[in-house]
Design a protein around this ligand. Sequence first.
Ligand code: S3P
Length: 171
Amino acid sequence: MIALIGFPGSGKSTLGNELSRRYGLPCFDVDEAIERYAGKSVATLFREAGETVFRDMEERFIADRLRSGGVGVLVTGGGAVLRSATKKNLIANSFVVHVFAPLDTILHRTREDATRPLFAGPDRVRTVSKLFEERRGVYDFAHVAVDGRRAREKADEVLGAWLDFSYRRLR
Ligand code: S3P
């Protein structure tokens, strides 16, 4: 399993979709799965049930998916790896790819986005910048890191690195 981690807006979904499109890998988006299960958006879940309930679901969905052991791409939400159990689980049971992008790219890409509860607030630039600072280093445990500014172009490189990683693990 290839697991994509990284700050919101870094390009995880774009890369996940591209890997899926190019190589026919099933793509499992954790946020989307939670929304389908709960019958509400992530923003509504945060508002109505609170962040902890969402984080519990996130941890459980990722654990279930890793346990199922299939081949595919797992697109995680930017805060999923804040749970140490999830972080350990991902590193032990998947090929972890950190999709990164600089703050100005994130701000630009998410300028009209109202779906991310942690980005909401009167001063969006300040809120996002603060979260970006707080998350510094959080994704560094990944097996590899790729530049999400060219997420689509990175699909071949990620697939190659994953095959290499899987081969070395088998030997
Ligand atoms: C979050 C990121 C979001 C989503 C939720 C919380 C975070 O996913 O899971 O809004 O804490 O970084 P994306 O990274 O896909 O935006």
